[in-house]
Design a protein around this ligand. Structure first.
Ligand code: GAL
Length: 462
């Protein structure tokens, strides 16, 4: 009799624990293995065992040796007897830094279909984040702040971005470094590595000073989505004046992915200012505009009209007061994810990953997705800023994180960092929990000096 009470208690506790565990499994199961995804998920299990997919998640360290301190003049020593310590970010931003070649390796180490990036076989299609990336004609790719469209009709990928191949200057003393608008560059590919220049598909206006695209204005972060109802390719972009006070979105359309695009107009979406932005097309064809607003302090999200040419009068304010920009949205197994940066102009800062059950929120912040490199790399998005996330076909939970390593001293020489992004495992900071278990998966962007897609150069994926 004396022993029966603790046994009953033990049974009760283990039943409750078992119940909670079962609920947790059901939640995980319904998230990861919903009926729609069953086929894809079992495929994914197989793919995740593929050694080359495994390779994407290898944690790679990066040791950068700071240069020896520079000689200081006696006057400088008198003014500041203690030598100010230089940080890696200061070295990165200093155009005369002795280790600048580490951040911006020169043309000799470029890579692409015509060059190997450092003694490698070009047929293996390695990406070298930060090195100059050449197109099929051997010219550096000009598609900054870009985005990718996969076109079912031509079974090709199109990379659109800022064509910045002009002189960098400051329009006034305190203004950000800039390049006059040349237009939106477009490149096509069937394997995401070999890019053919399709030309400037939306060009600057040379003469009409009142035109949004007049070369002295700003055109940034163009993104293109296809509307299957109207058969139009619709481009959304950040339109501004040189002082970033117009803060609008622009819209252009074309019948072909390679343009030419006709510029329609600029807007203040929902009556608000809009700077860094992106568009995201969901599986049900609903498209959304996501933009930094209220002087970059709040992100706004709202659905586009059915023709994708405007916004519906519905909008949610998210990440309120968090000062986030450079949004890049992607979806995995019915969860929406977003990577954003902080607001420090061309200077790099820490990325954050966010997740939501619906595009309209609520959005929760998961934490910094960057893995590997070193502490400074992780706190500066590997000295870059995100712009887009591309799903990897055949690798559910596998994506490419596209980022720009801006070079404010010479913007045309800004570099691309494409790195593997994997959704899986549990998040670092679960803000929400169910029965004490974190709800969200972890989003990880892995640093690699050199990497390739699981199928490498072995086949075209499109
Ligand atoms: C960044 C922004 C870029 C560009 C830059 C200008 O904050 O993400 O797209 O606008 O500022 O300084």
């Amino acid at each position: 009799m004396g022993k029966s009470k603790p046994t009953t208690l033990l049974r009760l506790v283990s039943t409750v624990a078992g119940f909670v565990f079962a609920i947790h499994l059901i939640i995980l199961y319904s998230r990861n293995y919903s009926v729609d995804n069953l086929e894809v998920s079992s495929q994914s299990l197989l793919l995740h065992h593929h050694p080359l997919v495994h390779e994407l998640e290898r944690v790679e360290q990066e040791n950068i040796h700071m240069p020896p301190p520079r000689k200081r003049s006696p006057r400088a020593i008198k003014r500041k007897p203690k030598r100010p310590t230089t940080t890696l970010v200061q070295e990165f931003l200093d155009e005369n830094s002795q280790i600048r070649h580490l951040f911006f390796p020169d043309i000799k180490s470029s890579f692409g279909p015509t060059k190997d990036g450092g003694g490698n076989d070009t047929s293996l299609h390695h990406f070298f984040p930060g090195k100059i990336w050449l197109d099929t004609e051997g010219n550096p790719i000009q598609a900054h702040g870009g985005g990718i469209l996969y076109d079912e009709r031509s079974k090709s990928y199109y990379w659109y971005g800022e064509y910045k191949d002009g002189v960098t200057y400051h329009s006034h003393k305190k203004g950000a470094a800039r390049v006059d608008i040349i237009g939106v560059g477009c490149y096509s590919s069937r394997d995401l590595w070999t890019w053919k220049n399709e030309g400037v598909v939306l060009a600057a206006e040379e003469l009409d000073e009142t035109h949004d695209l007049h070369k002295l204005n700003v055109l940034e972060r163009p993104k293109v989505i296809y509307n299957s109802d109207t058969g139009k390719y619709v481009m959304w972009m950040h339109i501004d004046d040189a002082n970033y006070t117009k803060a609008s979105v622009g819209v252009a359309i074309s019948d072909n992915p390679t343009g030419p695009f006709d510029y329609l107009y600029s807007k203040s979406p929902h009556g608000f200012d809009s700077r860094d932005m992106t568009v995201f097309k969901d599986d049900d064809n609903t498209a959304y505009l996501v933009y930094s607003s209220e002087d970059n302090s709040v992100v706004h999200v709202g659905p586009l009209t059915e023709d994708y040419l405007g916004v519906k009068p519905v909008m949610k304010r998210i990440m309120v007061g968090q000062h986030r920009e450079a949004p890049a949205v992607f979806k995995h197994q019915n969860t929406y994810y977003m990577i954003t940066s902080g607001c420090t102009g061309w200077a790099p800062n820490e990325a954050l990953a966010h997740a939501a059950e619906s595009m309209m929120g609520p959005w929760e912040t998961l934490g910094n997705p960057c893995v590997g490199g070193n502490k400074i790399f992780r706190s500066t998005t590997f000295l870059a800023q995100g712009t887009y996330v591309v799903p990897l076909p055949g690798v559910p939970g596998g994506f490419i994180f596209m980022a720009d390593r801006w070079n404010p001293a010479d913007l045309r020489d800004s570099r691309y960092l494409w790195l593997p992004l994997i959704v899986g495992g549990t998040a670092d900071r679960p803000l929400e929990s169910s029965f004490g278990f974190p709800v969200w998966s972890r989003v990880s962007v892995y640093w690699h000096r050199q990497w390739r897609l699981p199928w490498g150069g072995e086949k075209e994926i499109a």
